[in-house]
Design a protein around this ligand. Structure first.
Ligand code: SAM
Length: 215
């Protein structure tokens, strides 16, 4: 996600450790203590400006959510969304970290579901390893999800979707639900991401899948 440099972002992030958790590796295995309950934990890798994760957290107060994003200049917009909410969003936290280090922040089975939305497509085949649905990432997700944990993935990018279907099937995951045009019959529970809103307005189909790890 492109975002102009925001020199003030680091300061605002630092001022809100109750939302963007500093040193999340120290909380590994203790997320229930952070949220103060034992509700399921769903995370989104590559959360961008937070439209999805904020919408999900507001819609499902009995599920805890964590949005993971690489860049200060992007995650700060998600933080601002949370700060706009009167009383905050008690079931949402943000992490400014790289999804490739996910094992450092969560114990096996601590995460109940993983969302990937409009992940960077990395179209050149020499960059395939950077795609968040590459086998290497699937292996990482498997280490933090429970035995039959699920990944829910949406994208506008047909190439990335085709690649992901293959990568996920070859990994041995069960494809549970595949849509080639999510908005043709949009489910009432669908929360649009920033990218989803932008691309669907242009009339582009949105692809979606749910996949489950197999024991
Ligand atoms: N999910 C949002 C949406 O649908 O509007 C943002 C999509 S944007 C194309 C992809 C986002 O993923 C960017 O903000 C990027 O910084 C973030 N990202 C890419 N690789 C990441 C990684 N390894 N760990 C954390 N965030 C990542």
């Amino acid at each position: 996600m492109r975002s102009r440099f925001k020199p003030w972002a680091a300061e605002l992030i630092g001022a809100h450790p109750e939302i963007i958790i500093p040193e999340p590796e120290k909380v590994k295995g203790k997320w229930q203590e952070v949220f103060g309950n034992d509700h399921p934990l769903h995370i989104e890798a590559g959360t961008g400006k937070g439209r999805f994760i904020v919408g999900m957290a507001k819609m499902n107060p009995d599920i805890n959510y964590i949005g993971i994003e690489l860049f200060d200049s992007v995650i700060v917009s998600a933080l601002e969304r949370v700060l706009e909410e009167e009383g905050g969003i008690p079931n949402l936290r943000l992490l400014k970290v790289n999804a490739k280090d996910i094992e450092s922040y969560f114990e096996k089975g601590e995460v109940d579901r993983l969302y990937l939305n409009f992940s960077d497509p990395w179209p050149k085949s020499r960059h395939a390893k950077r795609r968040l649905t590459h086998e290497t990432f699937l292996r990482l997700y498997e280490t933090v999800l429970p035995e039959n944990g699920e990944i829910h993935f949406k994208t506008d990018n047909r190439g990335l979707f085709e690649y992901s279907l293959t990568s996920i099937s070859e990994y041995g995951m069960l494809l549970k639900d595949v849509s080639l045009d999510l908005h043709a019959n949009e489910p009432e529970w669908n929360i649009m991401t920033e990218y989803e809103e932008k691309f669907s307005k242009k009339g582009q189909p949105i692809y979606r899948l749910e996949a489950q790890f197999q024991a």
